[in-house]
Write a protein that binds this ligand. Structure first.
Ligand code: ADP
Length: 486
């Protein structure tokens, strides 16, 4: 990897606290999921490192909060420009540790950078409020102030963007932050931190604590138990989200949780079939199906069902699977053995319950993490895949007849993150969009994420929204001032 980078000094393997790199003797391995080979040994953060990161972020907070929004914006903007300038190297690092095709990694770098740019702009627009008073001798004002020291725990599926989506609004608001990146993908986080230092981020404003899975649990406890940390933002699985919510109760932290989804994708018979197939491919197979907004269940109306299954599965068979670094690759490996076992289980379970295997269905080669892009048709509602998140390149398709029936089926889940449907009937578009119990609805599109839109879920998919003009509110407190004696 080092030889391939234009700027080899972006490959950092230390713990980063107060802009200092610590090369701890204790390390953990980062491997390439495409080959299983070792990419780097990364310093394992100790519990003492976590405590020092908290101290450092707390010490940095008053001065950082006291800067003008414009001053903070300048640093964020420089960071944005450095990330864009090093997009090729960042993409290479990401593909090597995460597996996604290089083009997708590059797209993630640009998407991740967009939050730095967006919140650099928003930093200047944090404004309070003046209310009409109910007393003639008093005035009523609202100040917006940074929450304080924040923590972020992030997943491996978007090693860079899930960090910028949290860190950018936090530091734009005047907070300082400690990031615990996913154990599988610390190198993207550390490269990002190096660029933050170069952009002029003051000491302690951002600190990074790489750790393996076991140490991550311990560090999670330290972060949750600390009364200094006022806000925790987590993206990851719903079970871990519940643990962190429980652990945060003792210090009554503010929480932002982006948890699992189980996206339905509905194709009505008035849809543009080619557009629906295109949207389905994008929403299902991106990142080998490993995104929380990936479709898990397709519902296709009876008149268009056979045509959709045929066109879609033909297109799926053309997806080229391989090492993400090869230019022709469209789908890389999945992240680890546990992930591929769950995918195999979901396929076997659906087939045993009567689903038809129309494309793929197997691991491409024993002892590798490549899974064939798969399509299952006629999947019964009681198959695991219809209620559990698969996080893999498997499309489960079921037939439906009526609008109300499919809305009820789509809403029959504890998740409520992304949903999608295709229709060209304006009245139906409104009816269905309003009734879907999801935080996000893609209508005639399978791609919805960008920095301008509020990303987040309802029900057990989480709390809060990231990105958009609302995203910075997570990191701001309101303070009511009542001025009397006027
Ligand atoms: P995934 O299934 O996507 O790996 P996880 O929810 O297990 O999702 O992991 C997401 C992030 O949460 C990772 O950074 C991981 O290290 C961290 N994590 C997992 N378990 C805990 C825990 N008990 N406390 C704190 N962090 C945790």
């Amino acid at each position: 990897l080092l030889q391939k980078l234009n700027a080899p000094d972006l490959l950092k393997t230390g713990v980063m606290i107060a802009n200092q790199w610590r090369a701890n003797a204790d390390t953990f391995d980062v491997t390439n999921p495409a080959s299983g080979s070792l990419v780097a040994r990364v310093a394992q953060s100790s519990v003492q490192d976590a405590e020092q990161a908290i101290t450092s972020a707390n010490a940095a907070f008053p001065a950082w909060a006291a800067l003008t929004g414009k001053a903070r914006a300048g640093i964020l903007r420089r960071w944005y420009e450095l990330v864009v300038a090093h997009a090729d190297d960042l993409a290479l690092i990401m593909t090597t540790e995460q597996g996604k095709p290089l083009a997708e990694a590059k797209a993630e770098v640009i998407y991740g950078a967009s939050f730095l740019e967006w919140f650099a702009e928003e930093a200047k627009r944090v404004s309070g409020d003046v209310m009409a008073s109910t007393w003639t001798d008093k005035r009523t004002l609202v100040l917006k102030q940074p929450v304080g020291v924040c923590a972020a725990i992030t997943p491996w599926n978007f090693p860079l963007a899930m960090i910028t989506r949290k860190v950018a609004p936090a530091i734009a608001a005047g907070c300082t932050i400690i990031v615990k990146p996913a154990e599988q993908t610390p190198l993207s986080a550390l490269a990002l931190a190096e660029l933050a230092i170069r952009a002029g981020m003051p000491e302690g404003v951002m600190n990074i604590l790489p750790a393996d899975s076991q140490r991550s649990v311990e560090i999670g406890t330290v972060l949750c138990d600390s009364p200094v940390i006022r806000h925790l933002s987590f993206t990851g699985s719903t079970p871990v989200g519940r643990i962190l919510m429980r652990q945060s109760a003792s210090t009554v932290k503010k929480l932002a949780l982006e948890l699992g989804g189980h996206a339905p994708f509905i194709v009505f018979d008035d849809a543009d079939l080619d557009a629906a197939v295109e949207g389905a491919l994008q929403s299902k197979y991106r990142n080998a199906g490993q995104t929380c907004v990936c479709t898990n269940r397709f519902y296709v109306q009876e008149n268009i069902y056979d045509a959709f299954v045929e066109k879609f599965s033909e297109a799926v068979k053309r997806i080229r699977v391989g090492d993400g670094l090869a230019p022709e690759t469209q789908q890389g490996p999945v992240i680890d053995e546990q992930a591929i076992c769950k995918i195999e289980l979901h396929v076997a379970d659906a087939v045993s319950k009567g689903a038809k295997l129309v494309a793929g269905g197997r691991r491409i080669q024993a002892d590798t993490l490549f899974f064939e892009p798969t399509v299952l048709a006629d999947v019964p509602e009681d198959a695991l895949i219809m209620s559990e998140e698969t996080f893999g390149p498997v499309a489960a398709i079921a037939r439906f007849s009526g609008e109300q029936q499919v809305i009820a089926a789509a809403n029959h889940t504890d998740s409520g993150l992304a949903s999608y449907f295709f229709s060209r009937d304006m009245t139906r578009i409104w009816r269905v969009a309003e009734q879907l119990e999801y935080g996000m609805v893609g209508i005639n599109t399978g791609l919805i994420s960008n920095e301008v839109a509020p990303f987040g879920g309802v029900k057990q998919s989480g709390l809060g929204r990231e990105g958009s003009k609302y995203g910075i509110d997570e990191y701001l407190e309101m303070k009511y001032l009542c001025i009397g004696g006027i």
